[in-house]
Design a protein around this ligand. Sequence first.
Ligand code: SAM
Ligand code: SF4
Ligand code: SF4
Length: 386
Amino acid sequence: MGHNLRMAERVIPIVDQRSKVLQPQVPAAATHTLATGQLYDTRARPLRDLRISVTDRCNFRCGYCMPKEVFGKEYRYLSHDDLLRFEEITRLARLFMAHGVHKIRLTGGEPLLRKHLERLVEQLAELRTTEGRVPDLTLTTNGSLLARKARALKDAGLQRVTVSLDSLDDAVFRRMNDVDFPVAEVLAGIEAAQAAGLAHIKVNMVVKRGTNDHEIPRMARHFRGTGITLRFIEYMDVGATNGWRMDQVVPSAEVIARLRAELPLVPLAPSALGETAQRWGWAGADGRHDPGLGEVGVISSVTQAFCGDCNRARLSMEGRLYLCLFATQGWDLRSLLRGAASDAQISAAIANIWQGRSDRYSELRASLPADTGTGGRRIEMSYIGG
Ligand code: SAM
Ligand code: SF4
Ligand code: SF4
């Protein structure tokens, strides 16, 4: 393990990322009483958003996430017993919600590859926030199985969906997913989600210079006026296998400038604290935002750090808790679940972990040595799901 595969332009380390990730000791429960109430970290950031990765498998091999050279036939995925069961996920989600989580996003790998995912959605939809409301329940998917599953997911209580789509050009799309998957099937999935009544559908496009940046205006025109919000994501240096280079990042400011050269756009106010996207509205003939034409978003994870508002925790498919996309360490909550810890003990552990959080990788990026987060090997995006 650990040798390098030399590609035309990049060096991809072939290692089992998971084994390299530090496994810190879960903090001992400070109290055995069930701790509830909004948690804040050391930088006064509240815990509001929980992203749950339900599988490490994917049927795509996007080069920026699961490059074929690393995630090939020999790659060993987790066994089914390693994955948290739906009941375990729901139990943790309930404890997180008692600590202030309002929004739950299911992700992966490709979450729709997890069998009977609608049963998990059903269980999560029964949970309540500290104010007694249903959680904002959403899912990020590559869309390949959405046409088949949208209706069942909606019926189970899923409210929203985000579909990743990097190009409308079939040849470019097939190249980017690297498994020759046709774009028409993803577009059919988006239509099925609309027909099923899933609200506020978003489409995420990772923009990579020289690969799909020429598709920016076409994507924008395609989704303008459809009720779907397109968001352009800066290609990020997540994980350690995608051979990231700064010159392949298209800064959000450039994306907006390119769009404004063709169509009128006006800046919009953020709709929620901790929102990752900056919003821009399509303007009508009077130069003002026309809600009928909708909006686009840009997520500037590289050029404009948003750590100051970061309120997200990430739970991996095997029950490790990560507090940053660029983390090198995750806390093993599964051993608490399977070691017969009480709700009060797990809840206190979650509180101790969040209250000790100080992550702000994107703010520090420029001053850190390459290929490190906080000292150690970064976890892959396909493991914690974005
Ligand atoms: N498979 C699902 C999908 O593609 O939507 C969910 C998991 S995927 C890891 C979640 C999101 O992360 C996707 O929108 C994907 O485009 C994004 N992503 C993965 N690697 C990325 C990178 N290096 N930079 C920016 N976004 C990335
Ligand atoms: Fe799979 Fe999503 Fe990663 Fe693409 S971005 S390889 S679809 S997990
Ligand atoms: Fe949050 Fe880490 Fe991203 Fe900063 S770098 S916004 S702390 S996930």
